[in-house]
Design a protein around this ligand. Structure first.
Ligand SMILES: *Cc1c(COP(=O)(O)O)cnc(C)c1O
Length: 400
């Protein structure tokens, strides 16, 4: 482990990294610059669900890079259609629009929802409203942080666009009362990630779907973090058999190698975009299409969702048995688990620093919560080893 932190002289201070410099990754493990190995239980905020440097995805990247990397959507490319077809088949959606980062996919969703409201719902120009939830995290653009209820995300960055409002997460009737004739969409994470791994009551999404249908409002699920097997199903909304009208994917879609994101939708919703309405220089470029397609193939063929379901249940059960004075609550589904630390006992960052010393990488999130979101290729043996380290840290850290 090192305290060099050489990046801080030139790098903007918009992150506060743990004191370690990672130089190499393979599967569930990474190594620092002194050769120490760590089990990655952070997975780059779920961007590394396939594990580090998955050989098949690396091969797809290499092969495509040697053939055609970037060309732009001013031309057709051979890889885009197979990638988007696979994305639609595996998510039950009809159309997909490729972008790069998660925030761009969310911005795309917001634009689609607004245009749909004017074109199909008859909302008067510039009156469309989009509802999101308290404690949401949808990215960092000005419009998106404008939807946030976390003060720090907004502080100093106003003014923000109009037409957004928030409701409490997990309360379906609060949503129905917030709907007006101008409401275009509800944008929601089926399980809040950055907000603290918050799991809503059972049936919540189902109720939201029914309310959206009743009031002609779009249901847009942001599954950038919860999608692609993380919660033990392809999508977190599959747990309640809910099909959204719009869906955002990102993070793990890049197979742990590239930023790749998608906005997916029904045909009717996607058709609000016509040529020239919206775009991105890199969105859907050949390298991203090749990597994204292989990321889907690996997810399916290696049954990563199933692994997340089985091992996630095991991890959660074992954590619930821990009986530690530090644990306030264990929340999560699949390999998407938060350990909320009692604020009176410790800050979650201290727990993360102690875990780092024990060879486990993780990071804390809102609500004083330690996040456990390992690559979905993790094995039971690795989880059991992690549980031993976690048990030590959570029981001895008071004396340390
Ligand atoms: C990370 C995340 C985003 C933003 O993705 P970026 O690639 O960082 O722009 C959006 N929504 C959710 C739910 C996320 O977890």
């Amino acid at each position: 482990m090192t305290d060099k932190l050489h990046e801080l002289h030139y790098c903007a201070h918009n992150y506060d990294p743990l004191p370690v410099t990672i130089v190499k990754g393979e599967g569930s493990y990474v190594w620092d610059d002194e050769g120490t190995r760590y089990l990655d239980m952070m997975s780059a905020y779920s961007a590394v669900s396939h594990g580090h440097c998955h050989p098949r995805i690396v091969k797809a990247l290499r092969d495509q890079a040697a053939k055609l990397g970037v060309i732009s959507r001013a031309y057709n490319t051979e890889g885009l259609e197979p990638f988007l077809k696979k994305a639609c088949q595996l998510t039950g959606m009809e159309r997909a629009l490729p972008m790069n980062t998660g925030a761009e996919a969310v911005e795309t969703a917001l634009k689609a929802a607004r245009k749909w409201a004017y074109k199909f719902k008859g909302v008067e120009p510039d009156k469309a409203e989009i509802i999101s939830c308290e404690n949401n995290f949808h990215g960092r653009t000005i419009a998106i942080v404008g939807m946030s209820t976390v003060e720090q995300y907004k502080d100093g960055f106003g003014p923000f666009p109009l037409g957004f409002k928030t409701i409490p997460f997990g309360d379906a009737s609060a949503f129905e009362s917030a709907i007006t004739p101008n409401t275009a969409a509800l944008l929601i994470e089926p399980i809040q990630g950055e907000g603290g791994i918050n799991v809503p009551p059972k049936g919540y999404l189902h109720l939201l779907r029914a309310m959206c249908d009743r009031h002609d409002v779009l249901l847009i699920c942001d599954e950038i973090q919860t999608g692609l097997g993380r919660t033990g199903k392809m999508l977190a909304c599959n747990h309640e058999d809910v099909r959204p009208d719009g869906l955002t994917l990102g993070k793990a879609l890049g197979g742990g190698l590239l930023p790749v994101s998608l906005f997916l939708a029904s045909k009717k919703l996607m058709d609000v975009f016509t040529s020239g309405d919206h775009g991105s220089t890199f969105g859907g470029y050949p390298l991203a299409s090749a990597v994204g397609l292989e990321a889907f193939n690996v997810l399916e063929e290696e049954k990563l969702s199933e692994n997340a379901a089985t091992l996630g249940q095991h991890l959660k059960n074992q954590l619930e048995n821990l009986n530690s004075p530090f644990i306030e609550e264990i929340r999560g589904v699949g390999l998407f688990i938060g350990i909320e630390i009692k604020s009176s006992e410790a800050h979650a960052r201290e727990v993360c620093e102690k875990l780092l010393k024990k060879g486990i990488l993780t990071m804390y999130t809102n609500r004083n919560t330690v996040r456990l979101a390992p690559p979905l290729v993790i094995t039971k043996e690795e989880i059991d080893w992690a549980l031993e380290q976690i048990a030590m840290v959570l029981e001895v850290s008071r004396a340390a």
